[in-house]
Design a protein around this ligand. Structure first.
Ligand code: NAD
Ligand code: UDP
Length: 328
């Protein structure tokens, strides 16, 4: 039986990856410190003999006493409001955390896949974004803590690959959505769906002409799975190229949720990228992968999930206590 360690297991992507690898017959070890995750995302695996959970901050030395064949490093705050609130932890998990996981992969002779992001392209001047574009990132802007941590993560991963011969994979993930996203994490889909469910107006930032391209979780997981098992060490974009402006997207959500609320406009956050669309030519060729789930279908499934949450979850204004994760 193959063993796989998944960091960020209590988060949105990490918990779906745990499910996928359990389904494929792996022994899965999930690791998380719950800084942005939720134990409820793993509740259904609690009594599964092939699942084990370790509560741990990956920026601290990682000790795992079993053999490991694969490691997926998905621990990191991922929503702009999360990484604005915890900038130092965001920098540390991408840098120190990745360093620890590379050391672990080297010691265990395991293959490590790291979760990179479309944010390495910053506010892109090339459209759609291909893997050979170097990006346009403001190092000192508020989003820089995430973007630069992820860029460093890619660099140190390639260095371990070249210098120590560690087997590594790098996925550049474009906006992915689906059940188990945190309703209050501030990302646009939970934000709009939460507002629709609470009967509030939908807040579009800026004039809403900025674009994004949304990928359903099942497609993303399939792409990551294929990349892990491939023999390609350079970055690969995984995302859905179907691009839409945020203004049109808000209208789409209003229709889909049958809400009578309207769109209201708020200030555009600093350095918010104006356009984003993955070029997935490489993933198609290399992994024979492309997304299958249409936006409407994925949005309906996601809305069903948010509808199933309790009244308390829906109306709870989240004030996460990050202080226990901050060292004096
Ligand atoms: P998430 O916030 O739901 O999950 C992240 C998980 O990592 C959480 O459970 C959190 O508690 C955990 N974590 C954070 N710091 C940690 C630490 N120091 N030690 C242990 N655990 C820690 O976010 P997500 O959307 O599931 O994102 C997962 C990964 O995918 C991240 O690395 C993110 O950068 C990347 N990614 C996601 C998207 C997306 O659209 N969802 C896009 C690009 C990249
Ligand atoms: N956005 C918005 N209203 C919201 C939340 C987000 O208009 O309530 C916009 C945000 O400014 C960005 C886009 O939606 O242009 C996607 O934001 P998200 O936080 O989901 O992720 P990003 O792609 O910016 O990392």
């Amino acid at each position: 039986m193959k063993h796989i360690l998944i960091t960020g297991a209590a988060g949105f992507l990490g918990s779906h990856l745990c499910d996928r690898f359990i389904k494929e017959g792996y022994k899965v070890i999930g690791m998380d410190n719950f800084i942005t995750g939720d134990i409820r995302n793993l509740e259904h695996l609690k009594s599964n003999d092939n699942f084990e959970f370790i509560e741990h901050d990956v920026t601290e030395y990682i000790d795992v006493d079993v053999t490991l064949d694969y490691i997926l490093h998905f621990a990191s705050p991922a929503s702009p409001i999360d990484y604005l609130k915890i900038p130092i932890q965001t920098l540390k998990v991408g840098s120190l955390g990745t360093h620890n996981l590379l050391g672990l992969a080297k010691a265990k002779k395991a293959r490590l896949l790291i979760a990179s992001t479309s944010e390495v392209y910053g506010d892109p001047l090339v459209h759609p974004q291909t893997e050979d574009y170097y990006g346009n990132v403001n190092t000192i802007g508020p989003r820089g803590v995430y973007d630069e941590a992820k860029r460093f993560q890619e660099s140190i991963t390639m260095a371990y690959h070249r210098f120590h011969g560690v087997e590594t994979r790098i996925v550049r993930i474009f906006n992915t959505y689906g059940p188990r996203m945190r309703l209050n994490d501030g990302r646009v889909i939970p934000a709009f769906m939460g507002q629709a469910l609470r009967g509030e107006d939908l807040t579009v930032f800026g004039d809403g002409s900025q674009t994004r391209s949304f990928c359903y979780i099942d497609d993303q997981v399939e792409g990551i799975y294929r990349l892990l098992l491939s023999d390609y060490a350079y970055p690969v974009n995984i995302g859905n190229p179907h691009e839409i402006s945020i203004r049109d997207f808000a209208e789409e959500i209003i229709k889909l949720t049958n809400t009578t609320q309207k769109v209201i406009y708020r200030d555009l956050p600093v350095d918010d990228p104006l356009q984003r669309q993955p070029d997935i030519t490489l993933a198609k060729k290399l992994l024979n992968w492309e997304p299958k789930v249409e936006r409407e279908e994925g949005m309906i499934k996601t809305f069903e999930y948010f509808k199933s949450l309790s009244h308390e979850d829906l109306f709870k204004r989240e004030h996460r206590d990050f202080s226990k994760h901050i060292k004096p």
